[in-house]
Design a binder for this molecule. Structure first.
Ligand SMILES: [Zn+2]
Length: 613
């Protein structure tokens, strides 16, 4: 089948519609404005839980959580112990058919780039570029070693949480050497040896096995340095860059950011596509090392350059694949907004209890840099794509500043639904005594009644007893108050089948679901702890969050609600939709515009108002 029309979906994970709309109104995001002017701007309601794997699956399938089987960041397999969970990003976990599967059956090529459920590839006509979309800083499909920070002992990086993940750099004379390679058993397997020599005037000479590869100053990248070795039973060619952070010969101070070690020509399946794309577009990068900024291993400009290069690579790949290589559709996902908001929302939003006005300007400049990279990504595709291409730029959820982290399993333990046994471990955590436990929150936002005949150590009888426990617990949760404010913690608590308006009610969706009030997060703390505390001020690196609240929730500059901007054939021009779409409506609407068939389990609606009459 020959197909002139193309579909490009640029997923901008975690982008907040209100923030993007403000940027457009100020005139700061010309390409977003151009796209919205040629098409539709809308808010998008994620399906619960408003997290990454499920919502990108609702986009690629048009199906709801009860059909995709993904309503959580991790999955509980019904009948498995409540101590187990399953990675929600693997292809086999998505129970609904994706758009690239149906297009493949019609003889059309599709590509996914770092897109959830894109791995393994779904057939001869699907190209899986990058990883499975999980937002790790060590993508097992494309990365051999994560980024590192190397410091002489007379320097101390920011390291705000005391992770001590930076590594020592020892100067012998003016020179320090360090090995590069994957970590095996906590130690680096040395694939190659690099050295950095303080050359005066803030210059650093970087050598690989004695050969000079670059002379750079702080704030400059070395060219890509190749190195190869054996990894997971095969020979692998990789590449990385180094960026000095501090280079002071007089003080004998040297700090280096060593970027992630990326597979050079094996980041895609089929592998031969990797080489072709690398030749055309340069090195493929996947992890976004936000922790390097947090830990003081990289300067903001360096991080923004990494983020921007990745955005542009994805955009150029989408254009190249659709215009030159005969692909009908590309689904890409870029994780920059999500990464930044998780770690730094408190720096840019006065609604956060940890906000400090004196830090705002510095971090807002970084935030605006990410928005500029997102805008450049849109511009790159708008400029390069063909005339019959439908471009969809969207997020899967927004984020909001966190105020409190909830310990829901402590709440259940304090009210006698969950029993513990033994002494606390080194981190103050207690083991659950399943023989006396009636309910548990697992993995994060689902509450399960420990039911006889369904769960391995179930004690609650199905039927009347199960319903009585559910009813009691729903009431207890509805009455849960924040002792500091006296206000209710939960917006909604309901039997899972009452979640049908949100697409909840499938066997993997839990027995009770809930939405917290904005500012409360469930995602950091499912442990049962000896201190039995039920909530704490938000602490640790995750000071922006999503996934626990109503899809319509807003707080400060943030929202749980996601974003959509799209334009192309049959799409209505210059239309700002007054009401949000549901995220499962996006694919049916886009495919209807293209005149393409819908995947078999697609059940979202077609928003006819977004199309030309
Ligand atoms: Zn996400």
């Amino acid at each position: 089948m020959k197909e002139k029309r193309k579909l490009i979906v640029l997923g901008q994970d975690g982008a907040i519609p209100y923030v993007v709309a403000e940027g457009m109104a100020r005139g700061d995001l010309p390409h977003f404005s151009a796209l919205a002017g040629r098409g539709v701007f809308a808010r998008v309601l994620p399906h619960p839980s408003a997290v990454t794997p499920g919502n990108w699956a609702h986009v690629s399938t048009g199906a709801l959580p009860w059909t995709t089987g993904i309503s959580e960041f991790a999955l509980h397999r019904v009948g498995a112990p409540f101590t187990d969970w399953v990675h929600a990003f693997a292809r086999e976990e998505c129970r609904a058919e994706t758009v690239w599967e149906i297009l493949g059956r019609r003889g059309l090529r599709s590509a996914t780039i770092s897109y959830p459920h894109g791995r393994p590839r779904a057939g001869e006509l699907h190209a899986a570029i990058g990883g499975d979309g999980a937002p790790s800083e060590l993508c097992p499909f494309t990365t051999v070693a994560r980024s590192r920070g190397l410091f002489t002992s007379n320097l101390s990086p920011a390291d705000p949480y005391g992770w001590k993940e930076h590594e020592p750099l020892e100067l012998v004379g003016d020179r320090a050497t360090f090995a590069v390679g994957p970590k095996v058993g906590g130690k680096i397997a040395p694939w190659c040896e690099l050295s950095a020599t303080l050359a005066g005037s803030g210059r650093v000479e970087i050598r690989e096995s004695g050969r000079l590869v670059a002379e750079v100053s702080p704030g400059e990248w070395t060219p890509w340095i190749e190195c190869a070795g054996r990894h997971q039973d095969r020979e692998l060619g990789c590449e990385l860059r180094v960026r000095p952070l501090v280079a002071d010969r007089e003080r004998a101070q040297l700090a280096l950011y060593v970027g992630a070690l990326q597979a050079k020509e094996t980041f895609a399946d089929p592998p031969e596509l990797s080489a072709a794309l690398r030749r055309k577009l340069g090195p493929y990068t996947e992890p976004l090392s936000i922790s390097a900024l947090l830990n003081g291993w990289i300067d903001p400009q360096g991080m923004l350059e990494e983020f921007r290069e990745q955005a542009l690579w994805q955009a150029r790949a989408a254009v190249h694949l659709t215009r030159e290589l005969g692909y009908a559709c590309v689904f890409a996902k870029w994780h920059a907004f999500d990464k930044f908001y998780h770690f730094f929302f408190q720096k840019i939003d006065p609604e956060s209890p940890l906000y400090r006005p004196e830090e705002m300007e510095h971090y807002e400049a970084i935030h605006q840099g990410i928005l500029q990279a997102a805008d450049a990504m849109v511009g790159e595709v708008l400029e390069g794509m063909g005339p019959d291409t439908l471009l969809v730029v969207m997020s899967d959820h927004g984020l909001m500043p966190s105020r409190r982290h909830l310990y829901l399993n402590n709440f259940l333990a304090n009210r006698g639904y969950l029993a513990t046994t033994g002494e606390p471990d080194g981190q103050g955590r207690l083991q659950v005594d399943w023989s006396r436990t009636r309910a548990v929150a697992h993995p994060f936002t689902q509450i399960w009644i420990n039911t006889q005949g369904r769960d391995p150590e179930g004690i609650v009888k199905p039927g009347e007893e199960y319903e009585a426990v559910r009813e009691e617990m729903i009431e207890a949760l509805r009455e849960w108050k924040d002792p500091e404010t006296g206000r209710l913690v939960m917006s909604q608590v309901f039997r899972v089948e009452e979640g049908a308006p949100y697409g909840l009610g499938g066997p993997a969706d839990g027995d009770i679901r809930f939405f917290c009030e904005p500012g409360y997060s469930m995602f950091r703390t499912t442990a049962v702890t000896a201190d039995r505390r039920e909530m704490v001020p938000a602490t640790g690196p995750y000071l922006g969050d999503h996934g626990s609240c109503l899809p319509t929730a807003r707080l400060g500059r943030g929202s749980e609600t996601a974003m959509l901007v799209m334009a192309g054939p049959q799409v209505r021009r210059g239309y700002s939709r007054p009401y949000p779409l549901r995220i499962s409506d996006v694919l049916p609407t886009a495919l209807t515009a293209l005149g393409w068939p819908l995947p078999g389990q697609s059940e979202g609606g077609v928003a006819m108002d977004c199309l030309e009459p």
